[in-house]
Design a protein around this ligand. Structure first.
Ligand SMILES: *Cc1c(COP(=O)(O)O)cnc(C)c1O
Length: 434
């Protein structure tokens, strides 16, 4: 039996790769390639897991906010809303997309280290749930906007706890030298808290931190929560303000390849709750409502990408290249972070994978690769290649480099498929050109 890194994938009786109950070679024929497939049941399962575990282990008003930078299109906000999950946004484009889908933006928090005045004004006007204030200029500007509009905006303050998780430096965000947030160690966290309490037009609800992404140990999260609880206690002692909310960000790891461990999200939530309850009792502060912002762990393992193989180039004694009709334009993660992926030739899924090769994209760029030196079934022109675990930070990071249209997204549920995002056309590519 061939074992794949994703449990919703198997070899069907025809010897093809089946994903979420559908034959991927048939989907490739029906919708064309490159094609992003999403297992809708899997997304709902993850959403429900976070929602239920957070209610069970934290306060009843604790809930997850899907970090929509991982994958943002209208349909994903509908799914999250139906599952009772909030969302986080890092731009007005994401807020706009959520609103257009009918998402309740009152259950949305707005992040960013450099929100413009226009951003802040838009978010306040549409009734965003929380703005996570990143620095003193933003606080001042937001105060002015809200006073002008005669509204009171709920905010959280982004704190830099001083945690260095073991992950790629490009996705490590909790260290004191981060571009995000206000460090406790430098006194800037206390300073902005005092300022927020005096700023008209805003209501401070609590604090936020996000230590990084693709983290497999619970320790950095536990440490961050302990530091944040101590900070809450310190602020209570010094200012009388007791935080109602503690937002611990996202970052739980995802198993992209078989060498990666499984991360037990529910167990991590339970361990976090034990620590936070312990701190709440010993520091004499009320148990805050907890928010978490899972992005990757909500959608990554719900997605695969299908490509058609073009040329197969064999350089004797050196290297084999399998070229596909997509690449860094729909999945820039290997080019950016050397992220690992596993793949299979979908129409030969039951055959032995002993052909060592690199998967190359079609851009005029030598770094346009999806994987290097991985094992595939012997590939030839016309085969369908499936890359696993591509639901997060693929489509949302896609570009039109080389004027390549972005692929379509198709959701699959118990074998039934449906277009969620149409494939871009050449007409789409020139629509803003004057
Ligand atoms: C990126 C990000 C997340 C999501 O991180 P994942 O690793 O995808 O779970 C959550 N919160 C903030 C503030 C982020 O920047």
């Amino acid at each position: 039996m061939t074992e794949f890194v994703m449990e919703n994938c198997k070899v069907n009786p025809k010897g093809n790769l089946e994903f979420a109950g559908a034959d991927t070679t048939e989907l490739a024929g029906q919708y064309g390639t490159p094609l992003m497939l999403l297992d809708e049941n899997k997304i709902r399962e993850h959403a429900a897991l976070y929602r239920d575990a957070m209610k069970k282990y934290f306060t009843p008003d604790s809930y997850p906010l899907y970090a929509s930078k991982a994958l943002s299109y209208k349909g994903i906000y509908r799914i999250m809303q139906q599952e009772g999950v909030g969302s986080d946004a890092v731009s007005c484009g994401e807020i706009y997309t959520a609103k257009a889908a009918g998402f309740d933006v009152g259950k949305m928090v707005f992040h960013g280290n450099n929100k413009t005045e226009e951003d802040l004004r838009y978010a306040v006007r549409v009734g965003i749930g929380r703005i996570v204030v990143d620095g003193p200029e933003e606080l001042e500007e937001l105060g002015k906007i809200c006073t002008g509009l005669g509204v009171k905006q709920k905010i959280q303050i982004r704190i830099t706890p001083g945690i260095d998780p073991h992950t790629h430096k490009a996705i490590s965000t909790g260290r004191v030298d981060s571009k995000f947030g206000n460090a406790i160690a430098t006194g800037q966290a206390e300073k902005i808290t005092r300022a927020a309490l005096k700023t008209e037009g805003v209501e401070l609800m609590g604090f936020h931190c996000h230590v990084g992404s693709q983290i497999f140990e619970t320790e950095p999260f536990i440490n961050a929560s302990a530091i944040m609880m101590s900070f809450i206690a310190d602020m209570k002692k010094k200012t009388g303000f007791e935080a109602k909310e503690l937002n611990l960000g996202g970052g739980f790891g995802v198993r992209y390849v078989k060498e990666h461990p499984y991360f037990d999200y529910e167990k991590a939530i339970e361990e976090l709750s034990v620590k936070i309850k312990e701190q709440s009792a010993s520091l004499n502060v009320k148990m805050p409502d907890i928010m978490l912002e899972p992005g990757r762990s909500m959608v990554a393992a719900a997605g695969i990408t299908l490509y058609t193989v073009g040329s197969v180039k064999e350089i004797p004694e050196m290297k084999n290249y399998v070229s596909i009709d997509g690449g860094m334009t729909d999945n820039p993660r290997y080019a950016l972070y050397q992220s690992q992926y596993e793949a299979v030739i979908a129409n030969k899924a039951g055959q032995k994978a002993d052909y060592v090769c690199s998967i190359a994209g079609r851009c005029c760029e030598s770094g346009d690769l999806i994987a290097e030196n991985i094992k595939l079934q012997k590939a030839k022109k016309g085969d369908i290649l499936a890359v696993f675990v591509t639901g997060a930070y693929n489509y949302s990071m896609a570009s039109n480099y080389n004027r390549l249209p972005r692929p379509a997204i198709v959701t699959v549920r118990d074998g039934h498929s449906e277009v969620a995002v149409r494939r871009e056309s050449y007409e789409d590519l020139i629509k803003n050109d004057v």
